[in-house]
Design a binder for this molecule. Structure first.
Ligand code: ADP
Ligand code: MG
Ligand code: ZN
Length: 481
């Protein structure tokens, strides 16, 4: 029985504001411990939170980019738990009425189209940080830094729509790219600006019922995410195959050990006793404000794809690939315009250029062949100066040396023979040397023409322009077209 992994992600992203979510303290990373604190973010009695407008604007920006419906009214709630880095005894979050719901992110991973539905995006504050080492007395005590407490976060929760560790890692990485492009998050995973909890279960491939899930907490790298999910898949399938059962629990990724370790089981799970935050009114976001934020968004992949299809007439699949990256899109647009032939430019980028990028691990923005240079090569092939296969090797040379298409063609003597005087002799020789083929062509077997063109190509070492050779042969053979 084949078992498939089922994965849902919960991602925390710090919003790029200069001040915290409910007070004016700085969010700058790396300040000396407890220097960016005030009664509000320390949770001292009587201190009143005031919502930072910029936080809401960035959260709406992220929600719209994820295709979510931004709710006209959302509510803050207290999530109660005890932890040393949470002096208030509760975290202000959103619970049953989050800021935004029902989004989706579509992308390609390992050559397959992935469609992940987003359940919700909600606002919350971060907690402080426990420091277990690096201070005098660290051996005996844990130190606490509250600079982080009250830093604004959004949490993005997906449906369990992912079916492989690679697709999950790609989701996380796409989200990072998108948030950076939107200016909502700095993507700095080592500093904790972006982190992920991965929920994973296994079930018989294609089954409808979900298996019992395990949550792996606080993963701060794409690679760790993929490794943790692979590890969990192996561990859970092993348990099931041995006749055991999976226990619902929270685990941690042990980086040094390359394994997940249990943290707490369902029995020890928190009951957060959520209740509405009495110190904050309902958050109202007007339709006008949402519309204005939507207006200010940069072009997102889905819109970009549609535009490439309608503006350039290229295939949807190709457009989807190009639209995944702003760099690939602008490279294509520049090449298509310069070549005056969007389809040919697209074929080159999807074919030889894409292969080169893959093989050499190069980003399109760093390619030594800029779009104008590629356009020049495309034109040389289209006008028949060089053959398509010669064009491919010219491209390789250009990418290695940074030279122009023309200079490579000249230095390698790759130009096709298009000159009827030069080709005439070869065509004549082929006609004289293959009387049988000529006779069968004249007898009605027009398929022989391909053979004769091939012979001309051979005689010219592959440099003849096949179209010219064909036309000249037809002239001599006296056939129709
Ligand atoms: P919880 O109440 O434990 O937080 P939720 O239903 O809120 O669980 O889901 C939290 C995350 O776990 C979501 O991303 C969801 O997609 C994912 N998830 C839920 N059930 C499963 C499952 N059986 N297998 C994998 N992921 C799951
Ligand atoms: Mg949860
Ligand atoms: Zn503060």
């Amino acid at each position: 029985m084949e078992l498939e992994p089922v994965i849902g992600l919960e991602i925390h992203a710090q919003l790029l504001t200069s001040t915290k979510i409910f007070c004016g303290c700085s969010t700058t990373f790396g300040a000396p411990p407890n220097t960016h604190v005030c009664p509000v973010c320390l949770g001292l009695p009587g201190a009143l939170p005031v919502l930072n407008r910029r936080v809401v604007e960035l959260a709406v920006r992220a929600s719209l980019a994820l295709g979510c419906d931004v709710q006209p009214v959302s509510l803050f709630a207290r999530k109660n738990y005890f932890y040393p880095d949470l002096p208030k005894g509760y975290q202000i979050s959103q619970y049953d009425q989050p800021l935004a719901t029902d989004g989706r992110l579509q992308y390609e991973s390992e050559g397959r189209q992935v469609d992940v539905r987003i359940i919700r995006v909600h606002l919350e504050e971060d907690a402080g940080k426990s420091l277990h080492e690096g201070f005098a007395g660290s051996g005996r005590a844990t130190h606490l830094d509250f600079n982080r407490s009250g830093v604004p976060l959004i949490e993005i929760v997906t449906h369990p729509d992912l079916r492989s560790s690679a697709a999950a890692a790609d989701f996380f990485s796409r989200l990072r790219t998108m948030f950076r492009a939107l200016g909502v998050n700095d993507g700095n995973m080592e500093e904790g600006s972006l982190r992920c909890d991965a929920n994973v279960s296994v079930r018989p491939a294609g089954a409808e019922r979900l298996g019992v899930k395990v949550e792996v907490k606080n993963i701060n790298s794409f690679r760790y995410l993929q490794h943790a999910l692979d590890y969990e898949y192996e561990r859970q399938t092993g348990v099931l195959r041995a006749g055991g059962a999976i226990t619902q629990e929270t685990r941690l990724w042990d980086v040094a050990g390359g394994r997940t370790l249990p943290m707490r089981s369902k029995e020890e799970a928190h009951d957060y006793r959520y209740f509405p935050e009495p110190d904050l009114p309902p958050l109202e976001v007007s339709a006008e404000w949402v519309a204005a934020i939507a207006e200010s968004l940069p072009e997102l992949p889905e819109a970009r794809k549609q535009r490439l299809v309608s503006e350039f007439g290229i295939a949807e699949r190709d457009a989807a690939w190009l639209a995944q990256s702003a760099d690939a899109t602008s490279y294509f647009e520049a090449a298509a315009r310069a070549a005056g032939n969007a389809k040919a430019a697209c074929n080159w980028i999807m074919g030889p250029v894409g292969r080169y990028l893959n093989e050499h691990g190069v980003e399109i923005g760093d390619l030594r062949v800029g779009p104008e240079r590629l356009a020049e090569l495309v034109a040389l092939v289209e006008e028949g100066t060089i053959s398509t296969s010669a064009g491919r090797s010219v491209f390789e040379r250009m990418a290695q040396s940074g030279a122009s298409a023309r200079s490579v063609v000249e230095s390698e003597g790759l130009a096709q023979i298009d000159d009827t005087d030069l080709l005439g002799a070869a065509v004549r020789e082929v006609v004289d040397g293959n009387p049988d083929a000529v006779a069968s062509y004249r007898g009605g077997k027009t398929g022989t023409l391909g053979f004769l063109v091939g012979q001309v190509m051979r005689r010219t070492g592959g440099k003849a322009n096949p179209r010219t050779a064909r036309a000249m042969l037809l002239d001599i053979l006296g056939g129709g077209h």
